[in-house]
Design a protein around this ligand. Sequence first.
Ligand SMILES: NC(=O)C1=CN([C@@H]2O[C@H](COP(=O)(O)OP(=O)(O)OC[C@H]3O[C@@H](n4cnc5c(N)ncnc54)[C@H](OP(=O)(O)O)[C@@H]3O)[C@@H](O)[C@H]2O)C=CC1
Ligand SMILES: O=C(O)C1=N[C@H](C(=O)O)C[C@H](O)C1
Length: 271
Amino acid sequence: MSDVRVIVAGAGGRMGKTLVKAIAEAKGVVLAGAIDAPTSPLIGRDSGEMSGVGPNGIPVTADLGALADKADGVIDFTIPAASVALAAKTAAAGLFHVIGTTGFSVADEQAIAAAAQKIAIVKSGNMSLGVNLLAALAKRVAATLDEEFDIEILEMHHNKKIDAPSGTALLLGEAAARGRGIDLAARSERGRDGHTGARKPGDIGFASLRGGTVVGEHWAIFAGPAERIELVHKAEDRMIFARGAVKAAVWAKGRPAGLYAMMDVLGLKDF
Ligand SMILES: NC(=O)C1=CN([C@@H]2O[C@H](COP(=O)(O)OP(=O)(O)OC[C@H]3O[C@@H](n4cnc5c(N)ncnc54)[C@H](OP(=O)(O)O)[C@@H]3O)[C@@H](O)[C@H]2O)C=CC1
Ligand SMILES: O=C(O)C1=N[C@H](C(=O)O)C[C@H](O)C1
């Protein structure tokens, strides 16, 4: 089988550099291009050199345009506006699109779903095996316990993160809501402050902490009468997300159009 040719979007970012490294280490996957924001001072720099894997002859450029013909797909960890714009371009070019970006609005999600009618898009707030297994477990626990158990999702990330709650927190909340058979949008409690009144039974609460260099830590807490269950995941290295995204790219090549999740890639959908 021929190598999967991947363009990394957001190549100058924390995840972009980790992805260039993960691709250099992976078998059966090659880097076909590296793109970043048009305003980035990194445009023109060698993406391998920037990522600590040594020169690879692939400079960072600002546009998918000329690269599309030489690639099978894109792995994209950028910002919501960039991912939405890119989804229209990958759909037009017939490339698969792996989206790790978080912080999308409802309108953004709709635009991505529209692009997924033309191409395979794998989108997940967390590409690691551990978090997706945790989400499957959270769904099961939520299905087992009744509303006497309050569900709270807590997350902590580094001080550069720009969105809250994290994509992973929302993914865990969604899994718990599915397990309990409720609509997360109608039953979430986000950002308590001041005289909030007592907690509403059945709601799913979210809380976010930011500080230092924390890669990403998540808790799904089920707090009941006189006992509490806590499911926890602590990411120690961004490589876990990058390796997951590379796995998703290999899985996506040749897949029919559709909006897929990391749960599909990992075979955890029916766990
Ligand atoms: N799903 C998952 O498993 C994970 C998801 N994430 C998510 O990935 C995203 C990126 O995280 P992180 O790498 O830490 O963030 P960074 O800010 O380090 O990187 C984002 C990169 O995207 C670039 N960018 C901005 N606009 C465009 C554009 N129009 N075209 C191409 N590139 C662009 C930025 O360039 P510039 O700085 O020049 O603006 C920057 O290099 C976040 O949403 C984060 O939550 C992170 C880790 C795991
Ligand atoms: O911004 C990050 O760093 C991370 N973002 C993702 C999220 O929003 O959940 C995944 C991971 O926790 C790191």
